[in-house]
Design a protein around this ligand. Sequence first.
Ligand SMILES: *Cc1c(COP(=O)(O)O)cnc(C)c1O
Length: 956
Amino acid sequence: MSTTPSLSELENSSEFIARHIGIDAADEALMLQAVRASSRRELIDAIVPRSIARSQPMDIPAPVTEAAALAELKAIAAKNKIFKSYIGQGYYGTHTPGVILRNILENPAWYTAYTPYQAEISQGRMEALVNFQTMIMDLTAMPMANASMLDEATAAAEAMTLALRVSKSKSTTLFVDSEVLPQTLAVLQTRAEPLGLSIKLCQGDEALNEDSFAVLLQYPGVSGVVRDDREWIKAYKAKGGIVIMAADLLALTLLTPPGELGADIAVGSTQRFGMPMGNGGPHAAYMACRDEHKRSMPGRMVGVSVDAHGNPAYRLALQTREQHIRREKATSNICTAQVLPAVVASMYAVYHGPKGLKRIAQRVAAFTAVLARGLQAMGFSVANGSAFDTLTIATGDATNSIAACALSTGANLRFVSNNSLSVSLDETTTRADVQALWDFFASAGKAAPSFSDMEAGSTTLLPSTLERTSSYLAHPVFNTHHSETGMLRYLRRLSDFDLALDRSMIPLGSCTMKLNATSEMMPITWPEFANIHPFCPADQRAGYAELDVQLRTWLCQATGYADISLQPNAGSQGEYAGMLAIRRFHAARGESHRNICLIPSSAHGTNPASATMVGMKVVVTACDAQGNVDLADLKAKCEQHSANLAAVMITYPSTHGVFETSVKDLCALVHSHGGRVYVDGANMNALVGLAAPGEFGGDVSHLNLHKTFCIPHGGGGPGVGPVCVVADLVPYLPGASEGAVSAAPLGNAAVLPISWMYCRMMGAEGLKSATEVAILSANYISVRLKDHYPTLYTSLPQDGKPGRVAHECILDLRPLKESSGGVNGVSAEDVTKRLMDYGFHAPTLSFPVPGTLMVEPTESETIDELDRFINAMIAIREEIAKVEQGVWPQDNNPLHNAPHTAAALLGEAWDKPYSRELAAFPVPGLKQSKYWVPVGRIDNVYGDRHLFCSCVPQAQ
Ligand SMILES: *Cc1c(COP(=O)(O)O)cnc(C)c1O
């Protein structure tokens, strides 16, 4: 008898869960059978140690449908008030060109991509990043630039430590010009303290009066002033100091650039190149430096190399500077950066070209000059004689009434002091805006002038000595794609080069590449979230405040911690903030001498790099043969360093893909020596709903919302790395000014709606199911591949059941190299390249164990996609067997020659010992749907020897 479901069943509010989780009940039954578990419950109970199981389910509201969640979020967003912003201070109105908004920011081909470590399948976004680097190098007139920094304030902090590394001065003082943005100063103060550096404010050439290793200038200054400092810069540099300039890119289209003024390092934000203010982020910051400092520069850099066919190809350059190789000696802890916003900014320059950018800048400068003239005609004095886009106006007793008048008509001015206000104009400014601004000031009793009167005879406020004479953006890429059709096709061409989640699974262990649902993405470009200045009055950000509170509450539920800050804008920054909290905690108890941080050898490179940045000394501890933290070694080192033990940093479940049963003992041991436990939360996708680090002994964790909570990777950022702490560490969370770790109080605020939507549509039960299915899928892959590629670390097989893994598994390929010929045998890297021919992005290569592949399928993939991957891996194993058997030579086989481009396959000559068909279509499905890799295998060594980080001349 069929029964009609009840109305409330028909209204089923959890339909999204089945969209997010790719496995349905029938698939699950098949997979459970394959892994020899009778139920999901039995499987999970056998994997997650009982000792750490949650005491209670998460208290997160029951899930609602996509439509209902969007409606609920819209109501929250409506509590933000969109005011016209004249605040400036590093954040400006901008028009995101529609073709860029829709085809990059809202396009999964761009936003679901991973960091371009697999260079051959990342050529599109790397070309965009080379364009970005070229744009920065040209506009700043510096010979080197990286591919993005997290925000202007942290970029300035990274510049400070770069300067410290390269300066010949012995001083530990950094001079900061009083014109520097206040949020930059706040982050510098946070970063300087643990390193024993002191920050002194100065006014321009006062920096000459005392020893210092570097000086930071703002160009133009926060007041709007445009100062020509080149004379004293010469004298300063002659004393051995490093000159850092934080410079506004739009202004640089008109002003003599930092490189020509003598700067050694330039930093700044690219926000006003097309990225909405978004309450503070995400935006790409930039860093450029002199050639001799490039090997000390932090952050990723894209360079040009050659592929196996001798053609130019892009890949990440000089990776040996970075945390994943250099660990505690790295130039910085940065991992996830701001690739998607950097792509937007670069394309803004591609679309407008040098002439278009200059026209925008000239318009801003011209409006500023007219505005100033009008204000002066009304009797106001402008404090900064020179200006590009900002005026600081002496407003005396009228300050409050003028600001109130602006507010009452929906505009924000910047409150500078009790008797002065400042106004910043931008790309969006119109005549009507200037007239309205005069009207605000007229509220003080003075008549507003007419625009045409003021326009006539207004002269530029840009100092004539600083007029830019050098050209920029001469490369054809910035002078070609100016029609919308041309731009659309350029963007499509680049995204077609790349393999992102919109084409296939990206089974990267530790990186958690899961669904970024469209409904989660839609809110981020809603004007109510996009058009908010991070320093506007709090009541205009009430929607963000509510989002912040709700999301923190849910994340506290998921982690078991007492409180959370969403300010850190990447996992690395969350680590930094968390380690800083531990440092401050010890200091507050008079135990500043505690500076030893124990880190297992399997840790992610950001861990030792972050510990070093808070002044701790890293001591590495061993792992045992099962991949667990070697407790005996840890115990010995705790005892050895007991008096000075500050912290232990672990990852749980470990980067070896196993749940260590002794984690509670480990935490207790560390606590007994007075240390605190940092649990790296990158693997939370194995824990949400099942176990909570704040309950089983962790004191601090960071989350990666761009892993576990569905913010897309964006090709290498943006990210959000909330820092979570137990109760006694809450006072040490990052603040808005004191202890700030990011420029904006809520960090990359504009992408938080993604994680909010995910939690709201999944609810506690859905989130828990996601975790369980992620674990099931990893075990399914491990078991299905075990006869072809053994999993390196599993729990012990029991009752005839296979050993278990957590949400990822490490496939051991090391024996294959031996069996296929030793040093010249097939390597794990060969397999990653051959997977491209099969249409896959490889799993994580050689982390945490060299010569292995770490596979993390996530819950979002369907069984068909898991099987497609498994079948590809098995087919590749059969190819390896042919090398083992000598059928194919070690240096001429489909793995060695992978990936195969169409050009190579269709060339006149084909002298390989295997067919073209096998090269291109090794499994049947590929004939219907084939991803063609645009370049052959890239030579990394060549690229680092011939470092070239800007657009190839004439390359089109
Ligand atoms: C991704 C990751 C990090 C760093 O996070 P970012 O957001 O890239 O800075 C730290 N630890 C582990 C284990 C990770 O997987």
